[in-house]
Ligand binder design. Structure first.
Ligand SMILES: NC(=O)c1ccc[n+]([C@@H]2O[C@H](COP(=O)([O-])OP(=O)(O)OC[C@H]3O[C@@H](n4cnc5c(N)ncnc54)[C@H](OP(=O)(O)O)[C@@H]3O)[C@@H](O)[C@H]2O)c1
Length: 265
């Protein structure tokens, strides 16, 4: 099947109210995609929608969605279908982490994070698969450099991102003859709302470090998605770290992350 003309392509971006998702929205709009923005922060997304509509003359739909609830993803799918929108691109970007030892962490937060970072990705991928097959569309999943090894002090978050990477690569393989591409974007620490939300201020991972901007990461990720690249790790240091982790004994890799992520005064 031939891909729909540019003016009829539509993309859903979850977590478009800030950070990498918001920055990605600019690239899709610039390319002429009709956009659906979904997150809880409706006012922020509406401001972004106004800017995108004005600047790029594209149609933008804002949907308030809490995607860490059991039926949040299915409800979002139903809302989009009720509007008669057919997706050519699905960006599973909404996600968060939490810094701290698992023994002290909130179980409720951990389970909600798993729902958002993993279950929502699976549900949206499944429910929008007919759209994506029909349009020979693109899937962009936000994994992380956290996906390549275990992460002491952010144990649940690292495990969720390993899931996203594994799921994305398997999907890319299954879909390789369909025209649908799947890209796992694996950034290292990036300046966004993530650090505050994860309470990462006292982690050696970010304290005193200059992080790349969400805009830089989004630009590279968008390009990788357009190329249909299966796994993309922005930044040479991140790439080298991720590759070396593949060859390092798991115990040692875990120790390295523990040192890099440790709480500092
Ligand atoms: N920043 C980093 O260092 C980094 C590194 C690697 C990977 N990543 C990944 O990149 C993705 C984007 O994060 P970011 O860095 O851009 O962080 P961010 O600025 O905090 O953005 C996170 C987005 O997720 C949305 N979100 C959070 N909880 C949600 C919920 N329950 N329902 C719907 N949407 C929800 C937020 O919107 P609302 O709060 O308005 O709902 C926000 O739009 C995440 O998957 C993250 O794991 C980030």
């Amino acid at each position: 099947m031939v891909a729909p003309p540019t003016h009829r392509r539509a993309a859903l971006i979850t977590g478009a109210s800030s950070g990498i998702g918001k920055a990605l929205a600019h690239h899709f709009a610039q390319d002429g995609y009709q956009l659906v923005l979904a997150a809880r922060g409706v006012a922020k997304m509406q401001a972004l929608a106004d800017e995108l509509q004005k600047r790029y003359k594209v149609s933008v739909t804002v949907i308030g969605a809490d995607l860490e609830t059991n039926d949040g993803a299915a409800q979002l799918h139903a809302d989009i279908k009720a509007r008669g929108i057919v997706l050519s691109a699905l960006v599973n970007n909404a996600g968060y982490g939490a810094f701290g030892e698992f023994k002290d962490a909130s179980l409720t937060t951990g389970l909600a994070m798993m729902q958002l970072n993993m279950n929502t990705v699976v549900v949206l991928t499944k429910l929008f698969m007919p759209d994506l097959l029909a349009t020979r569309g693109k899937i962009l999943n936000l994994a992380s450099t956290a996906a390549f090894q275990p992460g002491p002090y952010m144990a649940v978050y690292y495990a969720t991102k390993s899931f996203v990477l594994s799921f994305s690569e398997a999907m890319a393989s299954e879909l390789e003859d369909t025209g649908v591409t799947v890209t796992a974007l694996c950034p290292g620490p990036t300046a966004s709302g993530f650090q505050n939300k994860a309470d990462l201020g006292n982690s050696a991972l970010v304290k005193g470090k200059k992080l790349p901007s969400s805009e830089e990461v989004a630009a590279l990720g968008y390009r990788a998605m357009q190329r249909g690249q299966r796994v993309y790790i922005p930044g040479l240091v991140n790439w080298v770290m991720a590759q070396s982790m593949r060859l390092t004994p798991r115990n040692l890799a875990t120790k390295v992350v523990k040192i890099l992520t440790r709480p500092v005064a």
